[in-house]
Every structure is written in structure tokens, then in C-alpha cells.
Design a protein around this ligand. Structure first.
Ligand SMILES: C[S@@+](CC[C@H](N)C(=O)[O-])C[C@H]1O[C@@H](n2cnc3c(N)ncnc32)[C@H](O)[C@@H]1O
Length: 271
């Protein structure tokens, strides 16, 4: 049965299936409700983002009614970036967070958009390349589970709406921790479960009916947009994520939720 006919939120046991231990033990990884061999999931994720890249920004703004830009700005402020800092935007896609960060670091800073998918990086370049005040943004294609930078090389590392696509979630966070300098700051902005039941029902209806319909109509793929709410339901809840980040070595972990918890930003510091 397609999930949009059965939009229940998963329990803690089911969410565990997204975590590294379970994946390594079973050799299977989920991308939403679909199951892949552990080393095949990354290929499915790449195919998915290749498909959606040309319409990614437009669809994001449409499906979120533009509110994703408000979340991104508010979350970015939580990082407290200063002029001259070096910032890594992991799973950076079309570079929205990187652009916000680059305006805060100024030209003395350095911002890297890091993504496994060249089509996503390319789709973002028209928002960046023509603008001289964004000339300190660079692009690196690579896997967030094996970040191609040395230890302690960034003042801040952030990931927006990308980490839940990784095969090994904790490995991705651990890599972000590794490339941060001691005292460096971390931000994760992700979708989550709405807090209030009535709002959750509306959100479920929207996610499993309106989104796939618009995905089919505008981007030619209902499946790509049905996949989004599926992956969200597998992701750790805010308190579970806080505990995970603390266990991975981040200190002073706090979070803030937006729009009744549809999106949540976690910040922490590498001690
Ligand atoms: C939903 S998009 C988010 C893009 C952007 N951060 C934003 O907020 O709009 C997720 C991004 O994660 C990237 N991604 C998925 N798996 C990845 C991996 N293993 N390593 C690096 N990037 C990955 C995808 O290519 C895609 O660009």
C-alpha cells in the first residue's frame, strides 16, 4: 500500500531502522519506505536528486508556500556567524544556506557548498555566480559520509534538509564534527513531526495528497514528492536527535522548532 493511503507516523522502533547500527547489522537501508542494499541507497538518492534538480527551488518554495526561506534565515542566525569565518554547507544542494552564510561571513570568509550531486550544485549556480558579493562561495562534489576536508578545518558546519537522505546518518554527523575546529558551531535544520494533532492531520493530508499531486503536475513525478514525507517520518524526533548529537560529541545542544514543529533547527558546539 502506498504510504499516502496510510499516513501514520512511525514509532521509535521503526525510526531506529534509519540508524547506522540497524543498517550495518541488516545490510539494508531505507529511503522512505523503500528498502535498498546498504551500498545501493546512495545511488537511489542520487537518481532522485538528479530527477528533481531542475525544479528543486521552485517546487520547494511552492510546496512550503515560501516559508522554507523564513526557516532557513532563522536557523542560520542561530549559528552566530562572524565576518571572516569558514563555513561548510553539507548536502548544500542549490546553496540557499550557503548564500545566507556568505552574506554574514563577508568576502574575508569562505563558504563551501558540499553535495554529492552535481546537478543540484549546478541548479544553484545562477543564484551565486553572477554576484560579486558571493564570490567567496565554492562548490565541492562529495559524499557527506566521507567529507573531503581535513580535521578542524571549519568554524561552522551546517546541513539543511539533507542529512535524512544519508545511508549512515550518524556517520554524516560524525564527519561534520570531525571537520569542525574545537569550539566550532554546528547547525542541522530538518523536517519533523508537527506538535499538535489537528495540525498534524492537516499536514498529513497535504503531504500525502497535495504534494504528490503537484509533484506529478509540475515536475512530472508523484513518486519523487511522495518520497519526501516518507523520509521525514523515519527521521529521529527532536529529543532523539539532541541525544544523538550529544552522544556524538557535540556540546550545548539546543533546538528550536518552526511552524508547529514542521521544521526543527538543532545547534551545538564541538568541545
Ligand atoms: C533536500 S536537498 C537540500 C538542499 C539544501 N540544503 C536546501 O536546504 O535546500 C538534499 C541534498 O542532499 C544531497 N545529498 C544526499 N545524499 C548526500 C550525500 N551522501 N552526500 C552529500 N550530499 C548528499 C542531495 O544531492 C541534495 O542536494
Amino acid at each position: 500500500m502506498a504510504l499516502w493511503q496510510n499516513p501514520d507516523w512511525f514509532d521509535a522502533g521503526r525510526r531506529q531502522e534509519q540508524l547506522d547500527d540497524h543498517i550495518v547489522k541488516t545490510g539494508k537501508a531505507r529511503f522512505g519506505l523503500r528498502t535498498f542494499e546498504e551500498n545501493e541507497k546512495v545511488k537511489a538518492v542520487r537518481r532522485h536528486f538528479n530527477r528533481v534538480a531542475p525544479k528543486y527551488d521552485f517546487m520547494n518554495s511552492l510546496l512550503s508556500l515560501g516559508i522554507q526561506h523564513v526557516w532557513k534565515r532563522a536557523a542560520l542566525r542561530m549559528l552566530g556567524l562572524r565576518p571572516g569565518e569558514r563555513v561548510l554547507d553539507v548536502c548544500g544542494g542549490t546553496g540557499d544556506l550557503a548564500i545566507l552564510a556568505a552574506r554574514r561571513t563577508g568576502p574575508a570568509g569562505r563558504v563551501v557548498v558540499y553535495d554529492i550531486n552535481w546537478a543540484m550544485l549546478a541548479a544553484g549556480r545562477p543564484k551565486i555566480d553572477p554576484f560579486p558579493d558571493l564570490a567567496h562561495i565554492g562548490y565541492v562534489q562529495g559524499d557527506a559520509e566521507h567529507i573531503s576536508f581535513a580535521d578542524n578545518s571549519f568554524d561552522a558546519a551546517m546541513v539543511g534538509f539533507g542529512i535524512r537522505n544519508l545511508t549512515h546518518l550518524q556517520r554524516g554527523f560524525a564527519e561534520m564534527h570531525r571537520v569542525l575546529r574545537p569550539g566550532g558551531r554546528f547547525l542541522c535544520l530538518e523536517f519533523s513531526r508537527p506538535v499538535h494533532g489537528w495540525f498534524r492531520s492537516l499536514y498529513d493530508f497535504y503531504s500525502f495528497n497535495v504534494m504528490p499531486f503537484l509533484g506529478q503536475l509540475i515536475a512530472g513525478s508523484a513518486e519523487s514528492y511522495a518520497c519526501l514525507p516518507e523520509t521525514i517520518r523515519m527521521f529521529p524526533l527532536p529529543e532523539e536527535l539532541s541525544a544523538m548529537l550529544t552522544q556524538l560529541g557535540f556540546g550545548r545542544v539546543t533546538c528550536r522548532s518552526f511552524t508547529d514543529g514542521i521544521a526543527v533547527a538543532h545547534v551545538g558546539v564541538k568541545s
